[in-house]
Ligand binder design. Structure first.
Ligand SMILES: Cc1cc2nc3c(=O)[nH]c(=O)nc-3n(C[C@H](O)[C@H](O)[C@H](O)COP(=O)(O)OP(=O)(O)OC[C@H]3O[C@@H](n4cnc5c(N)ncnc54)[C@H](O)[C@@H]3O)c2cc1C
Length: 256
């Protein structure tokens, strides 16, 4: 399984709706998030090595179908699209509940996610999905392999990498550097038209109105604004007393 997000295309200037304080997604061009493309690519490589199938699981409005088709054209076997206006306004936990419920409908070995999406960068959803499904989350993979029932990951760290092992089923998040996602070829694009896209509503997933959407959201966006403009700095030109003036400035700022 790959949890892949389909996000406003890189050519779109993101606008925030002042009333709902949500990103305007309806009516704008979308594409498969590059982070999700890396997750799909890694899943396809694994399928080529050890067999099995790759299912993309995603949630969003009609606009996202284009990104679902991209994943299918790359080679994913099928897709699950969670689509319900009742989900609008979901926060990360509500999103994770919907994705986990869809994944949990069938047996699975491995869930691959991007580390964080390229439009909201919270990086929380994968951990929440793992918790809801009771599987170990292995994060920041920049290399991964599966042998028998064991997942082995080189986990990127600040000083290098750690090697981490987990029994399947498990969830892994991959960094963008893990691979170079393939471009869909004409044959794949044609084949994608015949592949199955299963659609689920919140009710299909057993989610009550209070679990998801705005009603179920525990995060509230109170205000959206631009960062305050930085004031212009002071340029010290050295006329012989530059050092003294800088020392005075630092003393005034209580740095010295
Ligand atoms: C009807 C509806 C449509 C929505 N459509 C979108 C949408 O198209 N794009 C969007 O960003 N948010 C959408 N949202 C908002 C969404 O519910 C969350 O608020 C948002 O996805 C928070 O995730 P994040 O990127 O902050 O999480 P992160 O933790 O940054 O995401 C990390 C990873 O989690 C996975 N993931 C996260 N969100 C999704 C998702 N929606 N589908 C599949 N995998 C996911 C991906 O692998 C991603 O790389 C929608 C909400 C509703 C109700």
């Amino acid at each position: 399984m790959v949890c892949g997000k389909i996000i406003p295309a890189s050519t779109v200037t993101i606008e925030i709706d002042p009333a709902t304080k949500r990103m305007i997604r309806k009516g704008v061009a979308h594409e498969l998030d590059p982070a999700a493309a890396s997750a799909v690519e890694e899943a396809l490589r694994l399928m080529e090595q050890v067999g099995g199938t790759v299912t993309l699981v995603t949630m969003g409005f009609n606009e996202i179908t284009i990104g679902v088709r991209t994943a299918l054209a790359m080679g994913a076997t099928s897709a699950v699209h969670i689509f319900d206006d009742a989900l609008a306004g979901s926060d990360t936990l509500a999103t994770a509940k919907a994705l986990a419920a869809a994944i949990g409908k069938k047996p699975f070995d491995l869930i691959i996610c991007g580390t964080e999406s390229s439009d909201s960068y919270s990086g929380i959803v994968p951990g929440q999905i793992a918790r809801l499904l009771g599987v170990p989350p292995v994060t920041f993979a920049n290399e991964m392999s599966v042998e028998g029932n064991t997942l082995t990951v080189k986990r990127q760290s600040e000083s290098g990498y750690d090697v981490v092992e987990a029994d399947l089923p498990a969830l892994v998040t991959v960094t963008s550097g893990i691979n170079e996602p393939r471009y869909p070829q004409l044959k794949g694009i044609m084949a994608a038209k015949r592949k199955e896209i299963v659609q689920y509503t919140a009710a299909d997933l057993g989610l009550a109105a209070g679990d998801v959407g705005e009603a179920g959201a525990r995060e509230k966006v109170l205000e959206v604004g631009r960062p305050a403009q930085r004031e212009a700095g002071e340029v010290v030109e050295d006329d012989g007393d530059g050092g003294k003036r800088i020392a005075g400035f630092l003393a005034e700022a209580k740095v010295l």
